[in-house]
Design a protein around this ligand. Structure first.
Ligand SMILES: NC(=O)c1ccc[n+]([C@@H]2O[C@H](COP(=O)([O-])OP(=O)(O)OC[C@H]3O[C@@H](n4cnc5c(N)ncnc54)[C@H](OP(=O)(O)O)[C@@H]3O)[C@@H](O)[C@H]2O)c1
Length: 327
């Protein structure tokens, strides 16, 4: 496992880290036993950074990470998120009172006195124009409740605005073979300001693993069933916002670009790591075998320039027209 520095925190974090949404909820049935085994496998493989949120399984994901901490001695970092407990996503909900209460709840779930990294969880765009919200986060750092804070965003424009606040250490955003716009302007700006980038949905919800087909079935409570068109939350979070059929066709073409013996999921993760502005990719995983496969991407050789160019050409021809202007 290779490590990269996160923003100005001085932390060296694993370039393949762990996304803990699926082990909380909204991805069909998961067993806590298997989820914990996946978390242990991640630590065994050198992962030292885990991304979760207070709303993943209403705290289930955070509590599993607290359990992991009790069961293991090595130091690892946990990034959680706040803001989605609001009944309606309105900027007025991001008050001192609410933020403080959400943080207190996460501290309890995570069984800790101080949260390593708290991220605003895709708030409405208007929140990025309210310095008082970031002032509250500064106060929570002062009070020792947070070590650092960052943001999770939907749009490149929100990311650009967020990093104007000097204490934002990280931006979490969708970045993968099907979502390339962040690399065009934002990466440069983030590097200039020494802000870390967490690449989420790196496998386009599993689509970029190449295992999903037209006949794949998803459970009723799996967002790949209930949010394909953004029925419950931003549609970009499901299959990266790419129309299912188009995505499947593009994946077929991608398969021919993977080096010999390299599974498509590893190609997808390796592609992300080719961008030095990215601190880490945070693939979600429910089972130890998925974790092992994902971690191995860190040790792969750099992708040939010709492969990078072919992936870009495929994106421009088939995916860009559908997604580029949205996020
Ligand atoms: N708004 C936000 O801030 C936000 C939104 C979304 C995600 N996130 C964060 O980003 C993380 C990653 O995104 P994501 O979990 O949505 O999507 P993802 O990482 O693109 O896809 C994860 C899913 O792909 C499948 N998978 C993983 N490894 C695989 C492998 N090696 N081979 C085949 N299939 C594999 C698993 O599902 P199956 O086995 O069921 O197919 C897994 O749950 C989340 O866990 C969360 O921490 C944050």
């Amino acid at each position: 496992m290779n490590y990269r520095t996160l923003g100005r925190t001085g932390w060296k974090i694993s370039e393949i880290s762990f996304g803990a949404w699926a082990i909380g909820g909204s991805w069909g049935n998961v067993s806590d036993e298997e989820s914990l085994a996946a978390l242990h496998a991640a630590l065994d493989g050198g992962v030292n950074f885990f991304d979760t949120a207070d709303v993943y399984g209403d705290g289930r994901s955070e509590r599993l990470l607290a359990k992991l901490k009790r069961e293991r001695k090595e130091k690892f970092y946990i990034a959680t998120k706040a803001g989605r407990r609001l009944p309606k996503q309105v900027p007025e909900g991001y008050t001192r009172k609410n933020l403080t209460a959400w943080v207190e709840r996460s501290l309890k779930n995570l069984d800790t006195d101080s949260i390593d990294l708290l991220q605003l969880h895709c708030p409405p765009t208007e929140v990025f124009y309210r310095p008082e919200v970031f002032g509250v986060l500064d106060d929570l750092v002062q009070a020792g409740k947070l070590r650092h804070y960052g943001v999770s965003v939907e749009k490149v424009e929100e990311a650009l605005k967020a990093i104007e606040f000097p204490n934002v250490q990280s931006v979490q955003m969708i970045f993968n073979i099907f979502r390339q716009r962040p690399s065009e302007l934002f990466f440069q700006e983030a590097q200039r300001r020494k802000v870390g980038i967490l690449a989420r949905v790196p496998l386009a919800s599993g689509l970029l693993s190449g295992k999903i087909t037209r006949s794949s079935k998803f459970a009723k409570d799996d967002h790949r069933n209930f949010n394909r068109h953004g029925e419950a939350f931003d549609r970009g979070e499901t299959f990266s916002g790419v129309d299912f059929e188009t995505g499947l066709r593009a994946v077929e073409e991608l398969k021919s670009l993977a080096p010999r013996n390299v599974p498509l999921a590893q190609l997808a993760l390796r592609w992300i790591l080719e961008f030095p502005a990215v601190t880490c990719a945070i693939p979600g995983a429910k089972r130890p075998a998925q974790v092992a496969e994902n971690i191995a991407a860190s040790d792969l050789k750099k992708l040939p320039l010709a492969t990078m160019k072919k992936i870009r050409a495929l994106y421009e021809a088939e995916i860009q027209p559908l997604v580029h202007h949205h996020w």
